[in-house]
Design a protein around this ligand. Structure first.
Ligand SMILES: [Zn+2]
Length: 352
């Protein structure tokens, strides 16, 4: 049987000699831990006769309490001593320069978007925003794209599951579904409902399409629409403004061409192409081997759009355009694949 007195003496001596925290913790485990000598003894008491169990249990518990407080006390003094020692020997130079944290920077599309906003601001344009979750009415109907219009098929749309929202238009209540806006053109009528011409605005922002991503298509990209309404607004103005903006962006004269086109919200409609800077006009996957990249659909504002904004089309004229910021960014930095923008690849991002 375990000699309790002997164990107490032995433990006391060892505690006295232990000079550092690690040794003290070891002693604690050896005597009082889950499989410690004293713990095992206490556990074995159940095999003793009841009288003896009471007697031995009482003195074993007393010894356990004593050892516990001895070890605690010693840990406290030794710990304090160790801290004091460290404080007197270790030094912190608070004047030393800190370690520099890696710093992020703006995304190339954001940098370019801000630059282009600046260029337009110099030309007298204001920048206007709008919601990315949009009503079907502003995104399509108000832009002369009613339900079942084939132009809706050109923009594979991400519809939201939420219930349609009732809005009042032309004296009647209509239900309008919610979607991720497919074009920032959705801001046009929103703005014209509340502001009187003349005005020149740009509308930069993210748009969303249900696309299969390839070198020139992504499900999310950045557009910058513009609309100018005033008595002198014309396609000739638009061409001049665009040539001026492109010259500023690229720092040199950029070859452009106008092609007749069709958009539901402009009449007549045009497409402005610029020479492909990725391949220098020779043909590549970005320009679909044509040497030209379409960067700007535009045209004169359709009378139906003025009507949707509650304006009389006989009293107003204007031109509207849409700049593909991602495309221009690809041209400016000769980026061969639009998917790189959202690839999160630091080898790509850190070049800007
Ligand atoms: Zn090309």
């Amino acid at each position: 049987m375990l000699d309790l007195e002997k164990l107490l003496q032995k433990a006391k001596n060892e505690i006295k000699e232990a000079a550092d925290l690690a040794k003290l913790r070891n002693l604690e485990i050896r005597y009082l831990g889950r499989n410690g000598e004293l713990t095992l003894f206490l556990r074995s008491l159940k095999d003793f006769a009841i009288e003896e169990r009471k007697k031995l249990g009482a003195s074993a518990n007393k010894i356990r309490d004593e050892l516990e407080s001895l070890i605690r006390e010693k840990i406290h003094t030794v710990g304090k001593k160790e801290i004091e020692e460290r404080l007197s020997t270790e030094k912190i130079d608070i004047t030393a320069p800190g370690r520099r944290l890696p710093k992020g920077h703006l995304h190339p599309v954001t940098i370019l978007r801000r630059d282009i906003e600046e260029i337009f601001r110099d030309l007298g344009f204001s920048s206007v925003g709008g919601p990315e979750i949009e009503l079907e009415w502003y995104n399509f109907d108000s832009l002369n794209i009613p339900k079942y219009h084939p132009a809706r098929d050109m923009q594979d749309t991400l519809w939201l599951k939420e219930k349609p929202i009732a809005i009042k238009r032309g004296g009647e209540n209509i239900l309008s579904r919610l979607l991720m806006r497919t074009q920032v053109t959705s801001i046009q009528v929103r703005f014209m409902e509340k502001n009187n011409p003349p005005f020149s605005i740009i509308m930069p922002g993210n748009v969303y399409r249900r696309e299969t991503p390839d070198a020139s298509h992504e499900i999310q990209f950045t557009q910058m629409d513009g609309i100018v309404v005033g008595p002198d607004a014309s396609l000739a103005n638009m061409k001049w403004v665009m040539d001026a903006v492109l010259r500023k962006i690229f720092g040199k004269k950029v070859a452009t061409r106008l092609r007749p086109s069709y958009f539901p919200f402009t009449e007549p409609s045009v497409e402005l192409d610029m020479e492909c800077f990725v391949c220098g006009g020779k043909g590549c996957s970005v320009c679909k081997r044509t040497g030209w990249v379409e960067i700007l659909p535009g045209g004169m504002v359709h009378p139906k759009v003025f009507e949707a904004a509650g304006m009389n089309p006989r009293d107003h004229q204007g031109y509207a355009f849409d700049l593909g910021i991602d495309r221009i960014c690809m041209m400016k930095y000769k980026i061969p694949d639009i998917r790189l923008f959202h690839s999160q690849d630091l080898r790509f991002i850190n070049q800007f």
